[in-house]
Design a binder for this molecule. Structure first.
Ligand SMILES: Nc1ncnc2c1ncn2[C@@H]1O[C@H](COP(=O)(O)OP(=O)(O)O)[C@@H](O)[C@H]1O
Ligand SMILES: [Mg+2]
Length: 322
């Protein structure tokens, strides 16, 4: 990115001036995925920030009617605040691209790839990027053999869900099979990963910048739906408490994972450490939560950028990287 553009991204007032020339911006929110409620909150927060910045922004609730909604009230630019499903897996991105409407965040290919945890792991394995050992499960899997191969304890997950939905740890062949049946309700592709027992982090990427890492702590069995959205007991540490060199290593790993998929504008990379402190990438989120207590806003704040600045930066970087 050119220095002059970098300077604009770091200056909220300069950004606001640029955004006022962008015309009508639709904040796409809602959607019909399991994450609809979170998206409504993210979208409302983004809309209010854009309006505070004097952007001509309005909300567009996207259900099964995306084509009609966009045709009837065609915006000059779309801010995608849709989590999961068609809003995050490349479908809405393809539609907007087809209609010639520029939008925030990763394009079709990167969005689709990031949504598929199995294919992410194949890619990361191929390029030597650290991710937990894994295998794809099916009804005929040899449960006992898989448990032995993956170290005796695994995490089972649908390949294309979010918000920890359909996931469970398993510590025996019997539990593995049960977890597979449960995860299969959400996706026909299910994976088992070696269970990592250590600290959990998340790292936000904003334009070319990697924001300070956040450490997540929960007393639940893992960072499940309750720990993410309901419990008041989940702890978020930023600064994350790692020594400087380890945090740099974590940030570099996260940026490599983000870049490997061809992601752009913004995203959030989930990473775990084992008991020896070795990092493993879990996944890349291309439309992370943007509610007032979400993680990307927390990391941006630690980097000196308030919520409005963050929203402005995502929108402006999508305009210059279009
Ligand atoms: N291999 C693993 N070992 C231990 N815990 C895991 C593993 N994979 C995922 N988890 C836990 O499950 C949570 C959700 O997993 P993740 O892959 O990020 O999927 P989601 O898209 O649902 O957020 C993580 O935040 C972490 O707490
Ligand atoms: Mg995650």
């Amino acid at each position: 990115m050119k220095q002059v553009e970098q300077n604009i991204l770091n200056d909220k007032n300069a950004l606001a001036k640029k955004l006022s020339a962008m015309g009508r911006v639709a904040v796409l929110l809602g959607g019909d995925s399991a994450e609809r409620e979170v998206s409504l909150q993210s979208g409302a927060a983004i809309l209010s920030a854009l309006q505070n910045l004097s952007v001509d922004a309005f909300a567009m609730d996207i259900g099964s009617n995306a084509i009609e909604a966009l045709e009837q009230d065609r915006p000059d630019h779309a801010f995608i605040a849709l989590h999961g499903g068609a809003g995050e897996d490349g479908r809405i991105q393809a539609l907007l691209g087809y209609m010639g409407i520029p939008y925030t965040g990763s394009a079709v290919n990167a969005s689709a790839h990031a949504m598929d945890k199995l294919r992410c792991k194949y890619l990361w394995r191929g390029m030597g990027l650290s991710t937990a050992d894994f295998c794809e499960l099916d009804a005929d899997s040899d449960w006992a053999e898989i448990m032995t191969r993956l170290g005796g304890s695994v995490m089972v997950k649908p390949a294309s869900e979010g918000s920890s939905i359909g996931m469970a740890p398993a510590h025996s062949a019997d539990e593995l099979q049960k977890a597979f049946v449960e995860a299969s309700k959400y996706d026909k592709c299910v994976i088992a990963e070696r269970l990592i027992r250590g600290a959990e982090f998340t790292v936000a990427v904003l334009s070319d910048e990697v924001l300070p890492a956040i450490k997540l702590e929960t007393d639940n069995q893992f960072y499940d739906y309750d720990a993410k959205y309901i419990s008041d007991e989940t702890r978020y540490l930023c600064p994350c408490g790692l020594p400087e060199d380890k945090e740099q290593e974590l940030k570099a790993l996260a940026k490599r994972a983000f870049d490997s998929l061809g992601c752009k504008d913004w995203g959030r990379v989930d990473v775990m450490a084992d008991e020896q402190g070795k990092f493993y990438v879990l996944e890349v989120n291309t439309v992370p939560g943007m509610t007032s207590h979400s993680l990307v806003p927390m990391a941006a704040k630690a980097a000196g950028k308030d919520f409005e600045h963050l929203v402005a930066q995502v929108l402006y970087s999508s305009a210059i990287n279009h």
